[in-house]
Design a protein. Structure first.
Length: 80
């Protein structure tokens, strides 16, 4: 993943308080599967590499999305 792609992901999540369909489409384009449950998003790789990331639909603090983006980028970059 290059710096431009990383910036695009960070910018997409910045300032948002809820998950959008655009976010889910972008994550799917990077080979991630997003399962939408009642209160959380479950994000994992289709090939099973790396950990599973859980994100609340409406996080309680402003830093929650930023912290989640860090884990999503690491999940995308995970080696087999």
């Amino acid at each position: 993943m290059d710096k431009h792609e990383e910036f695009e992901i960070r910018h997409m999540f910045k300032g948002n308080r809820k998950a959008s369909t655009r976010m889910i489409k972008v994550l799917n384009s990077y080979g991630l599967t997003v399962q939408n449950s009642k209160k959380h998003l479950k994000i994992f790789r289709k090939d099973g590499v790396g950990p599973t990331v859980y994100i609340a639909h409406t996080p309680s603090d402003g830093r929650a999305w930023s912290n989640s983006v860090y884990y999503i980028i690491r999940l995308i970059e995970a080696k087999e």
